[in-house]
Design a protein around this ligand. Structure first.
Ligand SMILES: NC(=O)c1ccc[n+]([C@@H]2O[C@H](COP(=O)([O-])OP(=O)(O)OC[C@H]3O[C@@H](n4cnc5c(N)ncnc54)[C@H](O)[C@@H]3O)[C@@H](O)[C@H]2O)c1
Length: 471
């Protein structure tokens, strides 16, 4: 769709400003617009993009072997439960017997296709069309290289691998064996980001000149995942710019649609360090810590009272006694100032893309909410969004239009995380594998590696205090 067609769709060109939509200039002063308030608009002024159904219509279900049946592996496998005509889980490998058996029961997997270690599964002849790799960050490379050599297509969790060399090896291996590798950059598949990209690509904003993109982690999520949980140490997993924010580097690269040339970064671990521990704090929040009642990061508050992030415990039910037991025996009960973690809790990157398009990115732990916040500045228009809704402001007409489709209320999309992106990614992967056509994917391995290199270079810049070229 070009700019003209897009503006027509909004009614901007066909009907006068006073009849359709809101004359923004009449409602607020220029100063207000230059601040950050975008005026409210009439409900009729909606950007109506199409949201595709989640079920992939394919001649027969593609079959998958799931490697890593934890949180992400189960999320993708649930697609097969919802849409059995599109995908079937025929094998599983996970070291954790509870998770392995849970997946076996749900998908009726034959006993001979149950494995503890991924090496055992990949020592067998090819048993499915594709492999889903959802093991921890440092265990993507080996299964991916082996699976490609065996002729599997791969749905690969991000980050691709902990080093740039390993990422490039995977790219080479995919080419060598002519296989499809879809990296789980789920945001690209979320209807919100698809619609936002459609507006940018229509030319409605003119030339895209700069982006401000923020990833608010949410303070409890930071403590859960990057202090106590699976990703506290950058060396053992990946630096947070990849572990958490490779999605954001990728989404900026995707929206700008030009290669990144230069990146520089700053960031540090401000709060979650031993020297910030309040006096007398105990090893665990459950040890009678005198600060427990005031501490925003109290494990009792997060897990028992708020019942957040409980999936990591594999509990049969949300019973406070069972949760407390986990807090006494796992890292999730430890004081956030005693976790020997090193991931940054704030991170800022400045990026220059081709043609001097600039982007500023901030990742912040200390926010009340998660999601994403994005502003896009073009020569003819401006977009501002929060991952639920976005507003497009047309400079010439003064009109504001809104995209605010309630994705979570569409039956298909209920329970599909990342704004619907989780299962929309699987849908496109199923289509690509079924048709053996990687062009049906948005996040092919080539472009994913490019945005990962941005992350590696950002981290080099942060550590060396130098701007880095991205090649
Ligand atoms: N795309 C996203 O938005 C997104 C979100 C969260 C996590 N992730 C990524 O997904 C991956 C998995 O994260 P998760 O939260 O599901 O972790 P998880 O701990 O819930 O699951 C990982 C599973 O891998 C299993 N495992 C470990 N070693 C194994 C081995 N040798 N063989 C077989 N199984 C093994 C573990 O037992 C565990 O069940 C990570 O790389 C993470 O960074 C991606």
């Amino acid at each position: 769709m070009d700019r003209l067609e897009f503006l027509k769709r909004l009614g901007v060109l066909t009907v006068g400003a006073s009849l359709i939509g809101v004359d923004a200039k009449a409602m607020v002063s220029d100063e207000d617009i230059l601040e950050d308030a975008i005026p409210e608009v009439a409900a009729s002024e909606r950007i109506g993009t199409t949201i595709e159904p989640l079920e992939a219509v394919v001649p027969k279900p593609i079959t998958v072997l799931v490697i890593g049946a934890g949180s992400r592996g189960s999320t993708y496998a649930r697609y097969a439960e919802k849409f059995p005509k599109a995908m079937k889980v025929v094998g599983v490998a996970d070291l954790n017997p509870y998770r392995r058996e849970r997946m076996q029961k749900t998908h009726n997997i034959p006993a001979e296709n149950l494995f503890a270690d991924f090496n055992d599964a990949l020592a067998k002849p090819k048993m499915a069309d594709a492999v889903i790799i959802a093991t921890p960050d440092n265990l993507h490379y080996e299964p991916c290289m082996k699976a490609l050599a065996l002729g599997y297509d791969v749905l690969l969790e991000k980050p691709v691998a902990p080093t740039e060399k390993e990422c490039r090896d995977i790219l080479k291996q995919a080419k060598k064996y002519n296989r499809i590798v879809a990296v789980c950059h789920v945001l690209r598949y979320a209807p919100y980001f698809r619609a936002l990209k459609e507006v940018v690509d229509s030319g409605a904003i003119g030339d895209l000149v700069s982006i401000q993109h923020m990833e608010p982690i949410e303070h409890k999520h930071m403590a859960h995942s990057y202090v106590r949980g699976n990703w506290p140490l950058s060396e053992k997993t990946t630096p947070i710019i990849l572990a958490k924010s490779c999605h954001d580097l990728d989404i900026m690269r995707w929206i700008v649609n030009k290669p990144c040339e230069v990146i520089s970064a700053e960031g540090s671990l401000h709060l979650f360090r031993k020297e910030n521990m309040p006096e007398g704090a105990t090893e665990r929040c459950t040890d009678g810590c005198p600060h427990e009642k005031e501490c925003p990061y109290s494990a009792i508050h997060i897990y028992v009272e708020k019942q957040k992030h409980l999936h990591v415990f594999d509990l049969p039910r949300k019973d406070p006694k069972l949760i407390l037991e986990k807090l006494k025996t796992t890292n999730y009960g430890r004081c956030v100032y005693r976790c020997n973690n090193d991931q940054c809790d704030h991170y800022v990157a400045t990026i220059r893309f081709k043609d001097n398009v600039t982007a500023s990115f901030t990742m912040d732990a200390f926010t009340p909410w998660g999601g994403r916040r994005t502003r896009i500045m073009g020569t003819k228009g401006f977009i501002e969004g929060d991952m639920k809704t976005f507003k497009f402001y047309d400079f010439r007409s003064g009109h504001t239009s809104v995209w605010d489709q309630k994705v979570s209320e569409i039956a298909d999309y209920k329970g599909s995380g990342h704004g619907g992106g989780d299962h929309a990614l699987v849908r496109d992967f199923v289509r690509a594998v079924s048709a053996q056509d990687e062009n049906l994917l948005s996040s092919t391995i080539d472009v994913s590696i490019e945005s990962h290199v941005m992350g590696f270079m950002a981290e080099k810049s942060r550590k060396s205090m130098k701007k880095m070229k991205v090649e």
